[in-house]
Design a protein around this ligand. Structure first.
Ligand SMILES: C[S@@+](CC[C@H](N)C(=O)[O-])C[C@H]1O[C@@H](n2cnc3c(N)ncnc32)[C@H](O)[C@@H]1O
Ligand SMILES: [Zn+2]
Length: 268
């Protein structure tokens, strides 16, 4: 089983021709110089710049340059390598931090694909990481043929149940990483009077939950690094200059980093 791209316009298989992919209906897509392929036709874009913008991508990259999320990166790569897949698709892969580690942990003949709707994210990913195949596209209408993946992964990214089920083969696993109940609790306490705990993800339609583990560590994180971390969160806009001033009174803060890794199989 191999992952094959399909045309985002007519769903016919895409075949490589030099530096392009084309279908039988003469729709053609060119590889960018960084090595990714843009399979998000202009007419399918809901906004001019869908997905994470450059500032968010750069904040994530600056944060990932520190060791704080390496324990999740390592746990995911190990979990997936132990399943011995031939094909993995990382949906909403961002700048490829996890996609890259997974590709490194798997043997040569396993194909790893990373897809994101954000062009700046994929540009960064493809420029830096050689092994995975990166594309700009939407996970809601992923440009891959049916049942081509053993593992579909979503790390802090939207999950589209029907499309994930279409991509997975019968025995395939959908792995969803979401915030654990106390993820970034200390930061949220700075901005909310009543901090709500994160809930476990709902089981996507057409799947059964087969396993769930909580991976959690408390790290002393430097205040400068925390500002990158905040920019990666949905509550970044809540952090006012006064909150940052408050944070900067200490050189570092203990922050809970907590992740739920949930595995689902297709219900038969
Ligand atoms: C919180 S980020 C996580 C990125 C990456 N998985 C990580 O953990 O570093 C969510 C990502 O989902 C992407 N995204 C949002 N909607 C999407 C869609 N419909 N299709 C593909 N990617 C999408 C965003 O552009 C962003 O890169
Ligand atoms: Zn086509």
């Amino acid at each position: 089983m191999t992952v094959e791209y399909r045309c985002p316009i007519c769903s016919e298989p895409l075949a490589r021709d030099g530096n392009s992919l084309g279908c039988a209906n003469r729709h053609q897509f060119d590889y960018a110089k960084e090595g990714y392929i843009n399979l998000l036709p202009v007419q399918f874009k809901r906004s001019k710049q869908p997905g994470d913008n450059l500032e968010m991508v750069q904040a994530r990259r600056a944060f990932f340059a520190t060791p704080h999320y390496q324990f999740l990166q390592h746990a995911l790569a190990t979990l997936i390598a132990n399943q011995h897949p031939n094909s993995v698709i990382d949906l909403g892969c961002g700048e490829g931090f996890y996609t890259h580690a997974i590709a490194e942990a798997l043997d040569e003949n396993c194909s790893v694909y990373g897809l994101d709707i954000s062009k700046p994210a994929i540009k960064y990913a493809a420029k830096r990481y050689e092994k995975p195949n990166f594309s700009v596209a939407s996970s809601k209408d992923a440009p891959f043929k049916e049942a081509c993946a053993n593992v579909v992964l979503s790390v802090f990214a939207p999950v589209f149940a029907k499309e994930s089920a279409r991509l997975l083969d019968e025995e395939g696993t959908l792995i969803v990483v979401s915030p654990g109940p106390h993820h970034l609790h200390e930061l949220k306490q700075k901005i909310y009077d009543d901090v709500r705990l994160h809930q476990a993800p709902e089981c996507p339609d057409g799947f059964n939950q087969v396993e769930q583990v909580l991976i959690q560590e408390v790290h002393a994180i430097e205040t400068d690094v925390i500002s990158h971390l905040i920019k990666m969160t949905p509550f970044a806009w809540k952090f006012k200059p006064s909150h940052f001033e408050d944070l900067s009174k200490q050189p570092h803060h203990d922050i809970t980093l907590s992740f739920l890794v949930t595995q689902f199989k297709k219900s038969q």
